[in-house]
Design a protein around this ligand. Structure first.
Ligand code: BTX
Length: 327
């Protein structure tokens, strides 16, 4: 930890209390003048620090900036989010996470950015990621699971994001198979899972999560206005992104550990209970065919089951699903 981080940690250990310059200089092992200089730097970084003669310093507010120090401070996990690589502006966090993973980054490493200039969705589609408004992050995990089970991690992530949104905002959210989180009929979050694997086992997964947290209408380009929304637009209140990410990490780790020990059933149950898809009529374009029918649930492995008009059940492993009004 550098001196600024030590000072921040001291404030966090004694929330709301004044800490004298003398005490901080002892904790940091530097002079009181050096403490003062670092406090000034923290202020420039957006921290509100009150200074009162004879009492010392106290932290009033931290900026909602996605820094590694903020996210890791007080994070109650053992692996998820324990390593954070935070950037200001990147093309996309996905390739950076792949690079980090290939170089041996630990499980649970998060790569995130305030802004992406070339954020990507599935099949090369663009993901709009303007500065400071969202949570654009890629999570590296290394589950010891066979290859065919890898898509379950997308469903697990969707369940976890949905739960975190409910807990942090009270909003009702639905999961659209396989990778979107909806509020009403608008997309608030997309998930892009990318895989690095050998013939028979997963090396690592990079799970990209794009969440419109604090965007207002003016942040969306014309073509997204009718299909996209944000937590702030829906709840009327800005979201504390750092707190959101911390709770996500905690929820993810809890769900992930349960999944690794007990299997997929709990994710399947929660996914189905919060599904946007089930009961809806859908058209599905797979590589080989176009299917129409009603989405009726997930099978034991997490594959979407669709019943056509003739009552025949089809399993959809990976395809684009278009939704139509119930008919
Ligand atoms: P997707 O292919 O399901 O969704 C992409 C489509 O969603 C676009 O074609 C557009 O119609 C719409 N869209 C684009 N931007 C937004 C937005 N901000 N809000 C709502 N709808 C939008 C979904 O792909 C997966 C997205 C993953 C994004 C994360 S962000 C961190 C990581 N880095 C990166 O480059 N991608 C992932």
């Amino acid at each position: 930890m550098n001196i600024k981080q030590v000072i921040l940690q001291a404030f966090r250990d004694q929330p709301g209390r004044f800490i004298s310059g003398e005490e901080l200089s002892q904790t940091c092992g530097c002079s009181r003048t050096a403490v003062w200089k670092h406090i000034e730097e923290l202020r420039r970084d957006g921290y509100e620090v009150e200074a009162v003669r004879k009492s010392g310093y106290r932290l009033l507010a931290a900026p909602d900036r996605l820094s590694a120090a903020e996210i890791m401070a007080g994070l109650a996990t053992t692996r998820i989010g324990q390593h954070v690589i935070a950037h200001d502006e990147v093309v996309s966090t996905q390739p950076l996470a792949h690079e980090a993973a290939a170089k041996g980054a630990q499980e649970g490493t998060l790569v995130l950015a305030e802004q992406q200039t070339g954020g990507k969705g599935r099949l090369g589609r663009p993901w709009h990621s303007p500065k400071g408004t969202g949570i654009w992050m890629s999570l590296i995990v290394r589950p010891a699971i066979p290859l065919p089970k890898a898509p379950q991690m997308t469903l697990l992530t969707a369940v976890t994001v949905a739960r975190t949104i409910r807990e942090e905002t009270g909003l009702t959210v639905k999961i659209k198979w396989p990778n979107d989180i909806f509020i009403g009929d608008k997309k608030v979050c997309g998930i892009l899972t990318e895989l690095n694997a050998e013939a028979d086992r997963v090396n690592y997964l990079v799970i990209g999560i794009g969440l419109n947290a604090n965007s207002v209408q003016a942040d969306f380009p014309e073509e997204l206005l009718s299909i996209a929304t944000s937590l702030r637009i829906e709840s009327g209140t800005p979201v504390k992104r750092v707190a959101f990410i911390q709770r996500f990490c905690q929820n993810f780790e809890e769900e992930y550990d349960h999944y690794l020990q007990e299997g997929f059933q709990r994710v399947k149950d929660e996914w189905e209970a919060n599904s946007y898809s089930i009961g809806r009529w859908v058209t599905v374009q797979t590589i080989s065919q176009k299917l129409e029918g009603q989405a009726i649930g997930l099978d034991e492995e997490g594959v979407l089951m669709i019943e056509d008009r003739a009552g025949q059940i089809h399993k959809v492993y990976s395809a684009d699903v278009n939704y139509r009004a119930n008919v």
